[in-house]
Design a protein. Structure first.
Length: 95
């Protein structure tokens, strides 16, 4: 992508992201609803949960309902930081 298109792509991405919303029935404030820590755990086990979900309808990779933004943040951290994210793919191999 030529450098002159990067600002346009960034603006288009932000405009599309501004349209995103979470379904109101997917967010709950009940005491037993998964929050940040469960999101962190679910993000960490995501690869195994995804494989399991291919073989069983009883396994889900994302808890619904959840507490909303904090669950999402924990899930994101679990997938990217605890799960390795792009860190392991970005290492240079010894030559």
């Amino acid at each position: 992508m030529p450098p002159r298109y990067i600002p346009s792509a960034a603006v288009l991405t932000l405009l599309l992201a501004a349209c995103a919303t979470q379904a109101p029935d997917a967010v709950s404030t009940a005491p037993d609803t998964p929050g940040f820590w469960w999101g962190l755990w679910h993000g960490f086990i995501f690869p195994w949960a995804w494989i399991g979900s291919l073989f069983s309808d009883n396994i889900a990779v994302y808890a619904v309902p959840n507490r909303g933004g904090w669950y999402d943040f924990g899930f994101f951290l679990g997938v990217t930081v605890l799960g390795g994210g792009s860190f392991f793919g970005s290492r240079r191999k010894a030559e």
